[in-house]
Design a protein around this ligand. Structure first.
Ligand code: SF4
Ligand code: SF4
Length: 370
């Protein structure tokens, strides 16, 4: 026993030293673990924060699937995206859908500077949008010249849209044809068929009174429209047809509640492309609130500054989704600067040559006493 005590005494120093060394190692390890843990937590917080604060929200997406149209309406854009491609090809659409999976948005508008059914991929694109983003409303604005019975059956059976809009300027053939250059018989027949099979999709008819349009041109720039197709005698014969148009269509509907009508205060964007329109520095952009909330995507993947930039030139492009993510473009410096420039009336040439011509139902013209 004494021998053990002796050995213990002799080795006590070593034992204590060993213990201390082991304690140091354990403490060292514990500190290291603690530091790693803290770093991990900080990383997690920063990571979550980054996602939490990274803005991935765009209120509305406006997808321009086609820049070509078979109609030629008095009040429409004349350039029709002339500096871009005619239709959006599947390659661009697939990139877009992939990127949209990172985006929160409230609504998808699927019209643009042309007739969307001229893009033969259109119905398949809408099917894809429905499959990938089933909870986001899909809207269409269409002239119904190509929306025939077959397409109507697909739309209704597959429930492809949450709202359909069309424009009817008259039930009189001479007014309708001069106003749009479309075949009225075909258009009205197509609308009637759609309404007769539709039990669910809200349907809006926009009524554009041609006399209103002429009067607005006169008030704003003191001249007749550039596509001056009605003489004064004809204009005097054009009446308000809003009620007649409603009655004409409502009789064929299963559920009349689905139909709404609006007499639209159409903008004069089709008039900006004329030689005698000069820069008007006294009027602010009437669309700035819309511009801040909407993202326009053109057929070649460019993101546009404003839908009224209807040439879709590279000069006003904010970026292309083939090179950058849509969110980086939408929240990028170039777009921020463009919005600032619009607010400060920096752009003097087309398309911002006379901002009064961009007003559309927002009362800007009236506020300015035009
Ligand atoms: S208003 Fe619509 S239907 Fe008329 S020309 Fe323009 S895109 Fe075509
Ligand atoms: S003033 Fe310029 S930015 Fe504003 S709506 Fe017109 S074209 Fe667009």
């Amino acid at each position: 026993m004494q021998l053990y005590i002796k050995i213990l005494k002799e080795n006590a120093g070593n034992v204590i030293e060993n213990l201390m060394r082991k304690t140091k190692v354990v403490a060292h390890v514990l500190v290291k673990v603690l530091i790693y843990r803290i770093l991990f937590i900080i990383n997690a917080i920063v990571g979550v924060g980054k996602n939490m604060f990274k803005n991935n929200y765009i209120h509305e997406l406006e997808l321009n699937f086609s820049n070509i149209c078979g109609a030629n309406c008095i009040m429409c854009s004349r350039p029709h995206g002339c500096d871009n491609e005619d239709i959006m090809q599947p390659k661009i659409f697939n990139i877009l859908v992939d990127q949209l999976k990172d985006v929160k948005f409230d609504i998808i508008q699927t019209s643009g500077d042309g007739e969307t059914f001229m893009n033969l991929h259109y119905i398949n694109y809408i099917r894809t949008l429905k499959r990938e983003f089933p909870n986001t409303p899909r809207w269409i604005y269409n002239n119904f010249s190509m929306l025939n019975n077959n397409i109507a059956n697909i739309i209704v059976t597959e429930d492809l849209f949450n709202r359909v809009h069309t424009r009817v300027d008259s039930l009189h053939e001479w007014i309708f044809t001069k106003s749009s250059m479309l075949n009225m018989e075909i258009v009205l027949k197509n609308i009637k068929y759609f309404l007769s099979i539709n039990h669910k999709i809200p349907f809006t008819i926009l009524y554009n009174n041609i006399v209103d349009y002429y009067n607005r041109c006169k008030a704003v720039f003191g001249d007749r429209p550039i596509r001056d197709r009605f003489n004064d005698i004809e204009l005097s014969q054009i009446k308000n047809e809003q009620n007649e148009i409603r009655e004409y269509f409502i009789n064929d509907m299963h559920n009349p509640e689905l139909l709404s009508m609006a007499r639209i205060n159409h903008g004069l964007w089709g008039e900006r492309y004329r030689d005698d329109i000069e820069h008007n520095p006294f009027y602010p952009c009437p669309k700035i609130k819309v511009i801040e909330q909407v993202c326009w995507i053109y057929p070649n993947g460019n993101i546009g500054m404003c839908c009224y930039e209807d040439r879709q030139t590279e000069g006003f492009s904010l970026g292309n989704i083939q090179n950058e993510h849509i969110l980086d473009i939408f929240y990028g410096e170039k777009r921020r600067q463009a919005i600032e420039n619009i607010k400060n009336n920096v752009y003097k040439d087309y398309p911002c040559n006379d901002p009064r011509l961009c007003g559309f139902g927002d009362g800007v013209e009236n506020k300015k006493g035009v």
